[in-house]
Design a protein around this ligand. Structure first.
Ligand code: PEP
Length: 259
């Protein structure tokens, strides 16, 4: 498991303007420094709103922070008449390492389809961004017992046409929709079951070595109080954290579980 560097990612969603974003990131970096955090043991990433990214870049470069960052979405296109959209090209230039693709809020509110998400994943790779492909089932699918099949099929569609080399770099986030922002957390066994199933699928589509490189995150109402148990799963390589990433002390405690 520890050949895969754990990743703790904070999705700020549409919270924190560019001044508040800098303040939170500064506080997070200080808290982790005070705790002697070793970034090799757990990589730390934040996903601010687009309008915060330039400020985040300035702070990260100016203070030589080891925290990395990314966009919450990107356009499948590189440039052109797509009013309101953001190109992976721009994210790359702002120093982004990652980009979220297919967060359940994008799938639900913006009706993003698996086909569109597949083209976003490819756009990310065109611009040297590592996509964090999010997948997960809603409550009805879970209750019907079809959660593994549903989530695996989202993964399959999202990575259609990628090379083994690209897949090896991918990060996948299992985020059961019923657990996002609800206070309901999937149990550690549920998180492990799904991460293992997703990895097994990659093994059969590609090969075991490629599948073994992919980092699988769990997301859904993660807090310092439940992070440790979830991270024990042998196929769980990190966490995607929403609400709790808006509190520097809480998020830093989650990061520290890998120590
Ligand atoms: C998320 O937005 O990816 C998420 C998991 O949110 P929360 O932690 O608030 O449930």
């Amino acid at each position: 498991k520890y050949d895969r560097r754990p990743l703790i990612a904070g999705n700020w969603k549409m919270n924190l303007d560019h001044v508040q974003g800098i303040t939170l990131l500064q506080k997070l970096a200080w808290t982790l420094d005070d705790a002697g955090h070793d970034y090799q043991r757990a990589e730390v990433a934040v996903f601010p709103p687009f309008t915060d990214l330039r400020g985040v870049q300035t702070l990260v470069r100016g203070d030589d922070l080891q925290v990395v960052y990314g966009g919450q979405d990107l356009s499948p296109h590189d440039s052109g008449a797509y009013t309101g959209d953001i190109s992976g090209q721009f994210l790359e230039k702002l120093g982004c390492t990652y980009v979220l693709v297919g967060h359940s809020e994008r799938r639900a509110i913006h009706q993003e389809t698996d086909e569109l998400l597949n083209s976003k994943v490819k756009a990310a790779f065109r611009h040297n961004l590592t996509p964090i492909l999010c997948a997960g089932e809603g409550l009805e699918v879970r209750q019907a017992g079809n959660h593994v099949e549903h989530t695996v099929s989202q993964l399959r569609a999202g990575i259609d046409g990628l090379t083994a080399e690209q897949v090896g770099q991918l990060v996948v986030a299992y985020e059961p929709v019923w657990a996002i922002g609800t206070g309901e957390v999937a149990g550690p066994d549920d998180a492990q079951e799904m991460c293992a199933a997703l990895r097994a699928e990659l093994g059969s589509l590609y090969d075991a070595e490629t599948a073994g490189k992919v980092r699988m995150l769990y997301g859904g109402s993660v807090k310092a109080a439940n992070a440790g148990a979830i991270l024990k799963g042998k196929d769980v390589d990190g966490l995607l954290v929403g609400g709790a990433s808006l509190d520097a002390a809480e998020f830093a405690s989650i990061v520290r579980f890998e120590h």
